[in-house]
Design a protein. Structure first.
Length: 107
């Protein structure tokens, strides 16, 4: 009884090295393109956090210095509006990404 093992194929050592090199070349990503996508992702995240914090600060300032007696409610309302605006901007900015690293910006 004979079993066909992967080692019984007589493709040669060079054939395996060539296939490995081809596979590595197909899956290699340029380093500069990774940095561009990473920078875009960081800008979306920073914009989201900034929108939430600035709107919460505006609400806090309105509560503290306007004198209308709406102590926590203006800040809570502005925080929620900032969160909704941040989600909207993040979704809008992220829609420009198309999944390939070399073509992130849609014109």
């Amino acid at each position: 009884m004979s079993f066909a093992l992967a080692d019984n194929r007589h493709n040669g050592h060079d054939d395996l090295d060539a296939r490995i090199a081809r596979a590595k070349a197909e899956h290699a990503r340029p380093a500069a393109t990774n940095k561009i996508a990473e920078n875009k992702a960081w800008s979306v995240a920073i914009e989201f956090v900034g929108l939430v914090l600035v709107s919460a600060g505006i609400g806090y300032a309105f509560d503290t210095y306007a004198g209308f007696g709406t102590r926590p409610f203006a800040m809570i309302a502005m925080l929620l509006l900032g969160f909704a605006g941040g989600v909207y901007r993040a979704v809008k900015s992220s829609s420009q990404f198309d999944g390939t690293l070399d073509n992130d910006l849609k014109d």
